[in-house]
Design a protein around this ligand. Structure first.
Ligand SMILES: C/C(=C\CNc1ncnc2c1ncn2[C@@H]1O[C@H](COP(=O)(O)O)[C@@H](O)[C@H]1O)CO
Length: 260
């Protein structure tokens, strides 16, 4: 069982959380952000141009805050995972193991799986980063993040996950988790990033998707058979962490791993 109260107190009392950048965002601003992703409309097109500066500043702020990040692994999974769920406990264990190995845990900074991984890391005295996202329904960073940033743009935030982590461990999740998983798979498949381990934790949960990738996606030649080797599936958090750490060590012996 995880020690939620103890760790909440230690995270809060120690004042270790450091939220670097946050944009509270008025409603009208949020609406304009939504327009950015919609088809061009005459009355807001000119604001898109100015919005680029806002996007740019989010990149600058993210790079600035995270540039000192040491070895790190990103942990993903459902925002809705209940503390009683076995997935929650697994995420906690992943964070704990990473911290014990001297590796930073990076999550989306939200509830559920993210909270569990951040808690496991914080309880083991690790560096526990949360890359939060501004949402119409505000959830805020969880209490176990000791270094946090709030992003407005998902695509800026996703760049940070890839740039500052050595691999992804992905627990059961919904659209958000699948988005993060498939972004990484696409980047590795297209060799935009190399030596990037991706581990799926939960054979039962991921089994159907993996089978579909094999039986339909690969068979229809929408991916190649070798693309199925770009990820590993396990039920063991220790093995998941080991796979990512071993791959990281192997990569660090190679001359270049530039993800800029
Ligand atoms: C839905 C709820 C809260 C949402 N809060 C989030 N905070 C931070 N990051 C989030 C949040 N929701 C999704 N994410 C990102 O996507 C992944 C989880 O998405 P899923 O659809 O739940 O699988 C996660 O890894 C985050 O990076 C309150 O229930």
């Amino acid at each position: 069982m995880v020690h939620k109260r103890k760790s909440e107190e230690s995270a809060r009392a120690g004042g270790r959380r450091h939220v670097e950048a946050s944009w509270p965002g008025k409603k009208s601003e949020e609406q304009l952000d939504r327009y950015l992703l919609e088809s061009p409309q005459p009355d807001v097109t000119h604001t898109d141009v100015w919005r680029v500066l806002r996007i740019q500043s989010e990149f600058v702020s993210g790079f600035g805050t995270l540039s000192s990040t040491g070895p790190a692994v990103a942990v993903f999974g459902s925002a809705r995972t209940d503390p009683d769920s076995p997935y929650y406990k697994q995420a906690y264990r992943v964070g704990e193991l990473l911290a014990k190995a001297g590796v930073t845990t990076i999550t989306g900074g939200g509830p559920g799986t993210m909270e569990a991984a951040n808690m496991g890391s914080a309880d083991a005295e690790g560096i526990s980063i949360g890359l939060g996202i501004e949402l119409p329904f505000e959830t805020g960073l969880n209490a176990w993040v000791n270094k946090g940033i709030n992003f407005r743009y998902f695509f800026v935030r996703k760049t940070m996950f890839v740039k500052y982590s050595q691999g992804f461990i992905v627990l059961p999740g919904g659209f958000g988790t699948l988005d993060e998983l498939f972004e990484a798979l696409t980047l590795v498949q297209t060799q935009k990033i190399t030596s990037f381990p991706i581990v799926l934790l939960g054979t039962e949960y991921w089994g159907g998707l993996v089978q579909w990738l094999k039986d339909t996606v690969a068979r229809e030649r929408c991916i190649s058979e070798t693309d199925l080797d770009l990820f590993t599936v396990t039920d063991d958090p220790d093995e998941a962490v080991q796979i990512v750490l071993n791959a990281g060590r192997a990569a660090s012996r190679r001359p270049s791993m530039d993800r800029s």
